[in-house]
Design a protein around this ligand. Structure first.
Ligand code: ATP
Ligand code: MG
Length: 555
């Protein structure tokens, strides 16, 4: 039996609107980033939601830059945001807009509000405006400028536009209700003066800029948006959204429906552009695209795929209640995706030299190694074996604790795809550090299997000393120690560990971004910092899947 399609609460609203034949059954959404930083995984949720709904209902989704604050916004961010949305797999087609495209129209709308005596120029200082606003328990107080005549206000607002007033000396405010229980309705600011900071698109044409609460509903209406989806903190702004469109109903042709959903929060992550900008500015990270950052560019560089991020956004769903999602779920979605697409290779981190004494000195063998046991179509490759190989320092212990299933004196282990080896001798330097071990191999175990079904302790990965190529491997753990980080003190000092490695020669031509599974370690991708003589790999995610494990325990 086919299970009935399930709808989230936003789809329920849209379905209802379609039944009622609202907007001629049209669905038009928008993703409205402010170009004041790079997008993060929280934005990905909003992007997947808005573009996803448009696709599901044969509609369109606009990309609109909410560029109303020249002091914080830059053209560089606009380009980065476009690149990230495209990379996630979404296409706005011809629907690329900027709030700054509407500055003329927004100005005319403001004149209309003044003419209706629904807006006035207020000369109170920002501090006074705050005091007059009141609190949740105390009603607000009318501004002394509230009753100025319409003509006077028209003149003053024109003066603001012409640059006759100092920054901060006056604002245009809506004239609604200073005793409203909703603070957003207590004569909110519609326009403020910003001087001496050219706008990245309109230059010095304007010295007054509309507020988000004022420009957003009008921009939505101008574009014919049907469902204006935003995060929960705007729920209390909805009456203002509707008030503005109602007051301007003769100026704008439609009245979009604002719908709020819970924003994405992730454990051990900060998710605000302001905080992320701080990490970049102070130098805790190397940039917005540092692989530890929860930005789209950071995740991309780390080796995340758009498919994994989209799958994650689908898995978390949309709800009306705020919650914190375990980052293990994001990593789980990533592993599911990478497992299928990543070729397996051997990379030895922190190498230890191993000489196989009974293997002929000048002999080399080509051995078969499958590229991906999950996908036989990915074929196999040849790997080279010789008398001198490297294994990991961690895979050898001279005095092993219990349950150490790796190499130690007298013990036998399997070398993946190769032979069984047994440790015969240990060579140390003057300080007693193990620098080389000597082993014997069993020629009867080629391919890693013994004819007598002899059990070995474990299976190690390795590389041939003569053929391996050097690499730097960057291991990451979360940028913050606390699950719910707030301060810079919550930063994890060991979030990046660099180590030297030797990798299979087949990686010599690996291009930036290409993705591999390093056997026994996890998924790694080639970093942009790679040079012709030194590959650099980012650990995308380790193999261990704590999400899958806890899910199993719950069941
Ligand atoms: P930040 O607080 O990180 O600066 P923002 O809301 O100020 O985010 P905008 O550029 O205004 O950033 O966001 C564009 C869109 O992305 C908005 O519609 C916003 O609601 C949505 N968005 C931002 N953060 C999240 C999040 N964590 N989860 C879901 N949607 C988000
Ligand atoms: Mg915002």
């Amino acid at each position: 039996m086919k299970t009935p399609e399930s709808f989230n609460f936003i789809e329920d609203i849209i379905n209802q609107d379609i039944v009622l034949n609202k907007n001629n059954k049209r669905v038009e959404t928008r993703f409205p980033p402010e170009p004041n930083g790079h997008l993060h995984i929280g934005h990905a949720k909003s992007i997947c939601l808005n573009f996803g709904l448009a696709a599901k209902y044969n509609g369109v989704c606009h990309l609109r830059f909410d560029d109303t604050n020249p002091t914080k916004e830059e053209a560089e961010y606009v380009e980065a945001i476009k690149r990230d949305v495209k990379w996630l797999g979404f296409d706005w087609g011809k629907h690329l807009y900027y709030t700054s495209d509407y500055f003329d129209k927004l100005y005319v709308c403001a004149l209309e509000l003044i003419k209706k005596h629904k807006a006035f120029v207020c000369h109170l200082s920002p501090d006074e405006i705050r005091q007059y606003r009141g609190t949740l328990t105390h009603t607000g107080q009318n501004s002394p400028y509230r009753e100025c005549s319409i003509d006077e206000n028209l003149k003053l607002f024109e003066g603001m536009r012409m640059g006759e007033f100092e920054e901060g000396s006056c604002v245009l405010r809506a004239r609604i209700d200073m005793s409203s229980p909703n603070l957003n309705m207590r004569d909110p600011v519609l326009y403020r003066i910003i001087k001496n900071t050219p706008h990245h698109r309109t230059g010095t044409m304007w010295c007054i800029y509309p507020s988000y609460d004022y420009s957003h509903p009008i921009s939505d209406a101008i574009e014919g948006i049907t469902h204006s989806i935003c995060t929960l903190e705007f729920e209390d702004h909805r009456p203002l959204y509707d008030w503005i469109l109602n007051e301007l109903s003769s100026f704008v042709c439609c009245h979009p429906k604002q719908i709020e959903f819970a924003r994405l929060n992730l454990t051990n992550t900060v998710m605000s552009k302001r905080k992320l900008l701080e990490l970049v500015a102070v130098g805790y990270v190397t940039g917005w695209d540092d692989p530890r950052m929860p930005t789209i560019s950071g995740l991309r560089r780390r080796g995340y795929t758009p498919e994994a991020i989209r799958k994650f956004c689908e898995a978390i769903g949309v709800a009306k209640a705020n919650s914190v999602v375990d980052i293990a779920l994001l990593e789980h979605c990533l592993r599911e995706d990478l497992n299928l697409r990543s070729p397996r290779v051997m990379a030895v981190l922190n190498p230890l030299r191993v000489v196989i004494d009974n293997y002929p000195e000048d002999k080399h063998e080509e051995l078969d190694a499958e590229n991906n046991p999950e996908d036989p179509d990915m074929g196999s490759r040849k790997i080279l074996f010789g008398r001198v190989i490297y294994i990991e320092q961690n895979d050898f212990c001279e005095q092993p604790p219990k349950k150490f299933f790796r190499l130690s004196p007298g013990q036998e282990v399997r070398l993946k795809h190769a032979y069984y080896i047994k440790c015969a001798a240990v060579i140390k330097d003057e300080e007693g550090k193990v620098v080389e071990i000597h082993c014997t191999y069993d020629p009867e175990t080629k391919g890693g299997w013994s004819k007598d079904s002899r059990k070995v302790l474990g299976t190690l990965h390795w590389v041939s000393a003569e053929h391996a190529i050097p690499a730097e491997v960057r291991l990451y753990s979360s940028l913050f120690i606390k699950p719910n980080p707030k301060e810079a003190e919550d930063l994890n000092p060991n979030s990046l560990i660099k180590c030297t490695a030797l990798v299979e020669p087949c990686l010599a031509k690996a291009s930036v971004g290409s993705q591999y599974q390093f056997l026994r370690h996890g998924y790694f991708c080639v970093d942009i910092d790679s040079a012709p003589d030194m590959l650099v790999f980012n650990q995308t995610v380790a193999l261990r899947d704590s999400w899958a494990k806890t899910q199993k325990e719950i069941q």
